[in-house]
Design a protein around this ligand. Structure first.
Ligand code: ATP
Ligand code: MG
Length: 540
């Protein structure tokens, strides 16, 4: 069954024999890293391949050499693989430059293209407006011979950059501005990451794209809504270049997420201005940033599926993405104990170190376990003890009891203060109060996490939040909305020793706190990235 209107078209086309199976393509311009918006396009294009046993090509739309780079080509491939997609052919629009040139020559021969001596600015000025037609170029009626000669000379380097273009001869009075003799080729002396210095003229995206699609036998060329007005030109190109059974273009609404930058150009600015530490900074909405932060690829795909494919633009709440991240991690992440702001607790009646067994993931049947040492001195969270507790405070208080996660019930005995600040609490462990013990059923309201004071490992926590603050009346531009507190670094906490043995890259639920990824080590400290908080703010 079709999941969206594009799949419905595909099913109809297969049923009516317009195509046997599908060929789609993902066409990034290698001018930046992929972001979460691209994931949506990837899921649509590769989703069709998987569902209809079709093919999906990766085609780099590299017609803009000044902005493109192999670094981006490599990162794009890595990100697509990470999402779990495999492309059939790896192509470059520049692979077809020779053929594209030949098609342009064909158009000239058919009297459908001409060399124009206007500058880019003059072309813009004579293009007309939505209400007024454009003016015909004085060079519109050059002879085929002259056009062929000039176009060959453009290629050979006879004219300076920007001094001539090849334009399609369509209709300067068209109600669609894209059809008013659009530029097909421009002169540009720029080193190309793929073709080197071979070319001095480059085709425009609107010309190269339909040709690339047609050469590859693409059946369904899927793009975002901004290209809807370009579709007549897309069809004009495939038709006049003589392709039989040409591809068709379908447009869907791009993904927009609240307070999230979804433009490579602007993301690049953040990188270039040093506001983040690279394209893969864990705060970036790039796929590499999300991977580094610890978002599972599966969560991103589930999110894209939930958002769906629509024909009208809208904005999604970022909480929905976090919901799917949490949903994945809840199923897969080990539960561990990390005390962020430690307060010492002395267990007066515990003479010898004990070993406590903790279940890694209570959501898993027969989950693995790990061990944690429990000695006479432990750390608990400072906020888990209160001399003057607020109402409904179910943690440790003078005269009260609390359960240590996976271990004993503690009973308060005394506490010590220095300059009004609590520096330690002394408790006694109720004998046989561990799970299964005769005193295990004593009623206590709170369960708190803890770490052994002698064997715990110091941690550094990188707590991330949004790069942008909310839009307000006077702050609409991204530049004015940079969140100054998008990274909070917290040191001074401790983790249970198990974490020192886990491989970097693993994701954990710090119980009662948040999901974190073990990023690596800095000296004796374990460094963790906060992936997402525990609380789900997404309202279904
Ligand atoms: P940007 O504005 O970030 O540079 P782009 O559209 O120019 O984006 P491309 O590299 O040309 O980026 O995009 C590759 C594919 O991904 C295109 O088919 C494009 O339509 C799609 N895409 C880009 N951004 C989004 C988005 N926010 N939602 C859905 N699809 C997107
Ligand atoms: Mg683009």
């Amino acid at each position: 069954m079709a999941n969206n209107f594009i799949e419905a078209v595909v099913e109809k086309d297969i049923a009516e024999g317009r195509c046997e199976s599908t060929v789609t393509r993902f066409p990034p311009e290698p001018n930046g890293y992929l972001h979460i918006g691209h994931a949506k396009s990837l899921c649509i294009n590769f989703g069709i391949k998987e569902k209809y046993q079709g093919k999906c090509n990766l085609r780099f739309d590299d017609t803009n050499p000044t902005k493109e780079d192999v670094e981006y080509v490599d990162s794009i491939k890595e990100d697509i693989r990470w999402l779990g997609f495999e492309w059939d052919n790896e192509c470059f629009a520049s692979d077809y430059f020779e053929q594209t040139y030949d098609y342009a020559v064909e158009l000239i021969k058919k009297g459908l293209a001409y060399v124009c001596d206007y500058s880019a600015e003059e072309i813009r000025q004579t293009r007309g407006t939505l209400t007024e037609p454009g003016q015909e170029s004085p060079w519109r009626n050059r002879s085929v011979e002259e056009n062929l000669k000039l176009f060959a000379e453009m290629r050979a380097g006879k004219y300076p950059d920007g001094s001539k273009t090849l334009r399609a001869k369509i209709d300067m009075a068209s109600s669609n501005i894209n059809m008013r003799d659009p530029v097909l080729y421009r002169i540009l002396r720029a080193h190309h990451h793929h073709t080197g210095d071979k070319w001095l003229i480059y085709p425009m995206y609107d010309f190269a794209h339909p040709i690339g699609d047609a050469i590859e036998g693409v059946t369904h060329s899927i793009c975002t809504l901004e290209f809807e007005d370009h579709r007549p030109l897309y069809d004009w190109v495939t038709e006049n270049c003589g392709f039989v059974n040409p591809p068709h273009q379908y447009e869907f609404a791009r993904l927009n997420i609240k307070n999230t930058i979804m433009s490579k150009r602007y993301l690049k600015k953040l990188v270039d201005n040093g506001l983040v530490d690279g394209w893969d900074d864990p705060r970036m909405p790039t796929l590499s940033g999300m991977r580094r932060r610890g978002y599972p690829a599966e969560a991103i795909k589930n999110f894209c599926a939930a958002v769906g494919v629509a024909k009208a633009n809208s904005e999604v709440d970022g909480a929905l993405l976090e919901h799917y991240v949490r949903d994945c991690l809840n199923r897969t992440a080990d539960r561990v104990m990390v005390v962020e702001d430690p307060l010492k607790v002395i267990i007066s009646n515990l003479e010898n170190e004990e070993i406590v067994t903790l279940v890694n993931n209570p959501n898993e049947e027969n989950s693995a376990t790990h061990e944690a040492p429990l000695g006479k001195e432990i750390y608990i969270e400072r906020s888990d003890f209160a001399v003057n507790p607020p109402p409904k405070y179910h943690r440790l208080v003078p005269g009260g009891m609390v359960r240590l996660k996976g271990a004993y019930i503690l009973k308060y005995i005394s506490h010590e203060t220095v300059d009004g600040k609590v520096v330690s609490v002394t408790c006694e462990a109720i004998p046989d109060s561990k799970q299964g013990g005769v005193n295990a059923n004593i009623k206590v309201k709170g369960v708190i996490h803890w770490v052994d004071a002698e064997k715990c490992v110091p941690v550094k926590l990188m707590k991330y939040s949004g790069l942008l603050t909310d839009e307000t009346e006077d702050k609409k531009d991204f530049d004015d909305r940079i969140n100054p507190c998008s990274l909070e670094v917290v040191e001074g906490g401790f983790a249970e020793p198990y974490l020192a043995e886990c491989p970097s890259g693993s994701a954990f639920q710090f119980i009662r706190a948040a999901y974190y990824k073990l990023a690596g080590k800095e000296g004796d400290k374990l460094v963790f990235y906060r992936i997402v908080e525990l609380k789900d703010s997404f309202n279904k």
